[in-house]
Design a protein around this ligand. Structure first.
Ligand code: ADP
Ligand code: MG
Length: 396
């Protein structure tokens, strides 16, 4: 099922125009400061190109999940950081939302060639309802609309889907790159194609697992997810995190893999401890025979070797979800080892998922992965074969 073509910046005339751009600046904040500006940097290609082509920019994004106005989630610090990255002053006014009367006046006063950052779209309760009244106000800010917020494309909101119906609309360069990278996995993956899935819950990943089952040659499962599969195989997993209500689903996946001749690999062994704490005593046990009182917190050394071997020779690899509790040493080893293997592999490599992306960045390996997606939920929904509402509206 080849993805339909979306309109891009190549299809838009922006010279001398006001361009309303939806970006995903939902960045991690700490003490009122931007903690990691990867998402801001990821939008620079689009913003710089639009400025060079003579556009006046009006930007909007959500930040966090505020219910109404929340002073700790204002876009001010983000506008400032963006200004540093662009080397210009970014206009910003603290308001009750992007559509308030003072926001409208502020946008109307924007000089030609300027960049204005609107207030957090989620301050306005109409945003998540995709309320047409809000979309109309936003549409009034631009002659054309550009969506570069891949991470928000799986939600039909006023600033993503609603407004795109009201103006000539196109995908920004980041959105375009995301769709191309993930589309390659769905349409024409070079084989063998391996999928590595980890993270905490089978229930989060079941959709993508079911869909990729028809596409992948090898599926490697780690993380807490693996223990639910161990139960499905009749193993003992001690106190490891499991989803008892997903055991049937896991059994079904195992049966499907067999029927479809997909090689499904579970971790042979696990790094275990009595609790998740720094400096705790660790031991290695078979993942299907973890003693009571211990929990599996990472894939073990034999599992790492088996995973590395299974990845050798693969031409395409998609990875979502850390293989252990990578936030705490030494339970990051499996995740880091597999990230290193991926970086060194002569294959087309894509990492999707908030935590797996963070793990790859933390290991300093992001540059050696072909594509690290900025959209966790959006990338999974796309790979589940679903149509993203924010993308469908940009189709040519
Ligand atoms: P992503 O954001 O990449 O999609 P998830 O959100 O699904 O990944 O899962 C990430 C979380 O899974 C991390 O917080 C990690 O600590 C947790 N996790 C991984 N392995 C285990 C495990 N064995 N036991 C408990 N939690 C785990
Ligand atoms: Mg996550």
């Amino acid at each position: 099922m080849p993805a339909k073509k979306v309109r891009t910046l190549d299809d838009l005339d922006v010279a001398g125009k006001r361009v309303l751009v939806r970006v995903d600046f939902n960045v991690p904040m700490r003490d009122g400061q931007v903690q990691d500006d990867s998402r801001i940097r990821a939008a620079l290609a689009t913003l710089t190109e639009l400025r060079q082509r003579g556009a006046t920019l009006v930007l909007m994004s959500h930040l966090g999940r505020p219910k109404g106005v929340d002073a700790s989630l204002r876009m001010g610090p983000i506008a400032e950081r963006l200004g540093e990255r662009l080397g210009i002053d970014v206009r910003y006014l603290a308001t009750d939302g992007p559509g308030s009367a003072d926001a409208q006046a502020f946008v109307a006063a924007a000089p030609s060639g300027s960049v204005t950052m609107l207030e957090n779209t989620r301050f306005d309760p109409r945003e998540t309802k995709n309320d047409p009244a809000m979309s109309r106000i936003l549409a009034g800010y631009g002659d054309v609309y550009v969506d570069d917020a891949f991470g928000s494309a799986h939600r039909a909101h006023a600033s993503t889907e609603g407004v795109a119906r009201l103006l000539p609309a196109a995908a920004g360069r980041l959105m375009e790159a995301e769709l191309r990278a993930l589309g390659t996995l769905l349409d024409e993956p070079a084989r063998p194609f391996a999928v590595i899935l980890g993270g905490s819950k089978v229930s989060d990943k079941i959709g993508v697992l079911a869909h990729l089952m028809d596409l992948a040659d090898r599926i490697l499962i780690g993380g807490a997810m693996a223990y639910t599969f161990m139960l499905a195989r009749g193993g003992q997993v001690g106190n490891s995190r499991v989803e008892v209500d997903q055991v049937g689903v896991a059994e079904d996946i195992l049966a499907q893999a067999k029927a479809k001749n997909v090689q499904l690999l579970l971790p042979i062994d696990s790094v275990c401890a009595a609790e998740l704490a720094a400096g705790v005593e660790v031991s290695i046990h078979p993942s299907a025979a973890i003693p009571d009182g211990l929990l599996g917190l990472d894939i073990g050394p034999a599992a790492i070797s088996a995973f590395q071997e299974a990845l050798q020779g693969c031409r395409t690899v998609f990875w979502n979800g850390p293989l252990g509790v990578f936030e705490m040493s030494p339970f990051d080893r499996g995740t880091v080892a597999v990230a290193e293997t991926l970086a060194a592999l002569d294959a087309y490599t894509v990492v999707g998922g908030g935590d797996s992306g963070a793990a790859v960045h933390a290991a300093g390996l992001a540059d050696r992965i072909d594509h690290v997606s900025t959209g966790g939920g959006a990338s999974l929904e796309l790979l589940e074969g679903r149509v993203l509402p924010g993308v469908a509206v940009l189709e040519a």
